[in-house]
Design a protein around this ligand. Sequence first.
Ligand code: 13P
Ligand code: SF4
Length: 347
Amino acid sequence: SVPDMEARVHEIKAHFGDRLFIPGHHYQKDEVIQFSDATGDSLQLAQVSAGNRAAEYIVFCGVHFMAETADILTDDYQQVILPDMRAGCSMADMADIDQTEKAWTVFQEMFGDTIIPLTYVNSTAAIKAFCGKHGGATVTSSNAKKMIEWAFTQKPRLLFLPDQHLGRNTAYDIGVPLDQMAVWNPINNQFEYEGDLEQAKVILWKGHCSVHEKFTVQNIADLRKNEPDMRIIVHPECSHEVVQLADDAGSTHYIIETLKKAAPGTKWAVGTEMNLVNRLSDTHIDKTIISLNPNMCPCLTMNRIDLPHLLWVLEELKNGVVINPIKVDSETAHLSKLALDRMLERA
Ligand code: 13P
Ligand code: SF4
């Protein structure tokens, strides 16, 4: 039963004490997040993992790329475990390293040494290593603006991958006009761009988040009509049109902080993952908080981590068996760390 499973997780956590650390991303289910030693967005979880030297075992409640990042930022004696290996990220899967190397050859021919790669942390370790190797860095939704500004101090042009929306929304925010952003389609190896490529300052990889893409201009139009006094706040993984029509946009952390500070009685429609929206609605009972999309948008891969999987890996750990270890090879880890450190120094 659920209470039995919960009691058992408590027992195992007490048994390990500080030797076990459980980070939980804000998009995780409540049944999991109740056991996390730290909750955060992807930047905060990267920072707490980097700062933790006590834990021998880090049972990461989030998705695969986050567990890889935790492995890269921790020491060799620290073992990162992902409770379910199927907890991937469809966006991270949209930039494969072979496609990226191939695209980079094209960009080098066209632009020479005038381009720097930046990757959203929502990417594989191999892509982070690629950016590390070519003088680039990682970004999260919390520091994308700062990192794009930094990239332009290094080179006049940047490749942003894998999320075209975060790249476009953030570059637009710092003043890059839309007609200076080209899209690279890695499926057919072609640019999608009307203008003169020489003028393109930002090359956006054609990837997206299947959760945040479900918030639409129609959702906003419906809400404006039916609930005119409701404010709309969305994550920058939503499309440019949605971000422009919303009242406010920002990272997971920004959304949480904005709703915490909002006045009692205010009404909010939120365009981000459903576990978080539900939790915000349950926490702030003095405000009305709903999802911008009435059909709600869970991240199916985040939801793979559930109480039975968490308990399973913990039980095995107690028996001395490490299930689902996450280990990035040392060459990839070294190069990815260059990209992550360039971000963490500035975050
Ligand atoms: P942040 O945690 O950086 O806001 O990213 C959102 C996300 O999609 C995590 O997978
Ligand atoms: Fe990936 Fe989107 Fe899920 Fe985040 S919410 S893990 S970007 S699919």
